[in-house]
Design a protein around this ligand. Structure first.
Ligand SMILES: C[S@@+](CC[C@H](N)C(=O)[O-])C[C@H]1O[C@@H](n2cnc3c(N)ncnc32)[C@H](O)[C@@H]1O
Length: 190
C-alpha cells in the first residue's frame, strides 16, 4: 500500500532549485493558475486557506479575492520566498504549517488544494478532508487542481479528486478536465 510522500522529498526539491516546478516562469502554470482563479464563483471570500503554497505564485493571484488568506508550507526556504513575494499584501499570512496534523483553528469559506492532494495516501487525504469539513460551513468552496500525468506519488490527480467526490457534504459545481490536469470546485451543502 502506498504511503504519503516523505516530506524530505520536498526539502530536497527546494535544495536543488529555488522554484523546482517553475511556478513563476512556466506558461503552463500561469494559464492553470488563471483558470483556477477564474473558476471561483464568488468575487470575494472572507477567509481562505491555501496549504502547500510553495513560493506563493498562486497565492499572489488569490490574494486580491480574499479578505484574509492563510498560505502555508512545510519548507522554510519556500516560505521565505512566499513571504517576500507577498510582503505588500496585508491580508495574507504566510506560515509554516503541515497538514493534516497542524490544521488551523480558523473557519474558512475557501480552501485551495493546488498540486498538493496527491502527495497524501488515501487515509491521510481523508484526514485532510475531515479537517476541511470541520473548518468550513455550508456554502464554502473547496477547489482542487492536479496534474494528471504519471508520477510516483501515492495518488494520481484523478484519484485524489475522486476521493474528494466521495464526500457527501460536498457538491461538485465546476469540473474541468484537460489532458494534463483536472480542476474541480466543490461547495459545502450540509
Ligand atoms: C507541487 S507544490 C504546489 C505548490 C502550489 N500549491 C501551486 O500549485 O503552485 C507542493 C507544495 O506542497 C508542500 N507540501 C507538501 N506536503 C505538505 C503538507 N503536508 N503540508 C503543507 N504543505 C505541504 C510542498 O512543500 C510544496 O511546496
Amino acid at each position: 500500500m502506498k504511503v504519503s510522500t516523505d516530506r524530505q522529498y520536498f526539502h530536497n526539491m527546494y535544495a536543488d532549485a529555488d522554484d523546482p516546478w517553475s511556478f513563476a516562469t512556466s506558461s503552463y502554470e500561469q494559464r492553470k493558475y488563471t483558470l483556477t482563479v477564474d473558476s471561483l464563483p464568488r468575487e470575494r471570500y472572507l477567509s481562505a486557506f491555501e496549504p502547500g503554497c510553495s513560493i506563493g505564485v498562486l497565492t499572489e493571484l488569490l490574494a486580491p479575492r480574499c479578505d484574509s488568506l492563510l498560505a502555508t508550507d512545510i519548507v522554510p526556504c519556500a516560505l521565505e520566498q512566499a513571504t517576500k513575494r507577498l510582503e505588500d499584501y496585508e491580508n495574507v499570512m504566510v506560515d509554516y504549517r503541515a497538514i493534516p496534523e497542524s490544521w488551523p483553528d480558523e473557519t474558512f469559506d475557501l480552501i485551495v488544494l493546488s498540486e498538493v492532494a496527491y502527495y497524501f495516501d488515501t487515509r491521510s487525504l481523508r484526514d485532510v478532508l475531515e479537517h476541511v469539513e470541520c473548518s468550513t460551513g455550508p456554502g464554502a468552496h473547496l477547489i482542487g487542481v492536479h496534474w494528471r500525468g504519471e508520477t510516483d506519488y501515492p495518488l494520481t490527480g484523478d484519484e485524489a479528486h475522486a476521493l474528494i467526490d466521495e464526500r457527501k457534504s460536498l457538491r461538485n459545481v465546476v469540473h474541468h478536465v484537460e489532458y494534463e490536469f483536472v480542476l474541480d470546485l466543490w461547495e459545502r451543502v450540509t
